[in-house]
Design a protein around this ligand. Structure first.
Ligand SMILES: Nc1ncnc2c1ncn2[C@@H]1O[C@H](COP(=O)(O)OP(=O)(O)OP(=O)(O)O)[C@@H](O)[C@H]1O
Length: 262
């Protein structure tokens, strides 16, 4: 993907973040800036610290050291200097989180329409007809049959559940989206279609995304920039095409030549 034009404002900034469970386990001394409209991919083999970093960035786990700054509707917020309640509110109202396993992001026992409408209701939307219309509209956008709006996600396939989770996340037009292996755990053909759909949505909505993936094909298609992690540290960072076409670090070269990809 090409970089977005102009020089959009910084949305999220990580300053020397560390969260370590043991030597090389977790993430260490990570710094970057995410600009509005940009997709930042965090890649690396299993255990390199990608999910730990994402949890810290998305307000779910405090770092041992460092700061996460978010430049949102209220100006600059230091994520771990504000209270837990405000952090949770950010995740509910301004951010979106797409889990690898849709079951972690959906309420399986309530209808597809309610799953989508719920986040809008959290923003104050109470009009039943509008919530239902938004549910149908978003089901269509993620290529789910809107006639299944009253069905519960338990009756959907894994790929369909992931689409629904994406609809539920994006319906509120979040300012910032975190995605953890959004196509992981799905059949290859299902992955390809989902990836295509995600790419279209990211482009159309101009989403700002932090994306964790071990799959370089996913990173290539979605991310403008990449950070390559190994044993908790970023060993290489830059534009996606540069990193994947001309990796400088020996580990990245191995990763790109697929030797290390699971
Ligand atoms: N809560 C925890 N307690 C102890 N160790 C942890 C915890 N969470 C992660 N780790 C360890 O930190 C390291 C990094 O894990 P993390 O899940 O961040 O890696 P990852 O790159 O996301 O891997 P994967 O792709 O397999 O999810 C691993 O060695 C893991 O065992």
């Amino acid at each position: 993907m090409n970089r977005p034009p102009l020089d959009p404002p910084v949305l999220l900034e990580a300053r020397r973040i560390s969260r370590l469970y043991g030597p090389g386990k977790g993430c260490e001394d990570i710094g970057f800036r995410l600009h509005a409209g940009e997709v930042l991919g965090i890649v690396g083999e299993s255990g390199s610290g990608k999910s730990t970093l994402l949890r810290v960035l998305s307000g779910l786990e405090a770092p041992d050291r460092g700061r996460v700054l978010y430049h949102g509707h209220e100006g600059e917020l230091d994520l771990y200097a504000i209270g837990e309640a405000r952090r949770r509110a950010l995740l509910r109202l301004e951010w979106g989180l797409v889990h690898q396993n849709p079951r972690d992001g959906l309420r399986l026992g309530v209808s597809a329409g309610a799953n989508i409408g719920e986040r809008l209701m959290a923003l104050g939307d109470r009009h039943y007809g509008q919530l239902r219309a938004a549910g149908q509209d978003w089901m269509g956008r993620v290529e789910l049959d809107p006639r299944r709006i009253d069905d519960v996600p338990k009756t959907f396939s894994g790929g369909m559940q992931q689409r629904l989770q994406i609809a539920r996340t994006l319906v509120t037009r979040p300012n910032l989206v975190f995605m953890d292996e959004p196509t992981g755990g799905l059949d290859v053909s299902v992955q390809a279609r989902l990836l295509d759909m995600l790419r279209t949505l990211v482009r159309e909505l101009g989403l700002s995304v932090v994306l964790v993936t071990h799959d370089l094909a996913v990173a290539r298609l979605l991310a403008h920039r990449l950070m390559v992690m190994r044993r908790g540290r970023v060993i290489e960072a830059g534009l996606t095409d540069q990193i994947l076409d001309d990796p400088q670090h020996a580990y990245t070269q191995l990763l790109v030549s697929s030797v290390l990809t699971p």
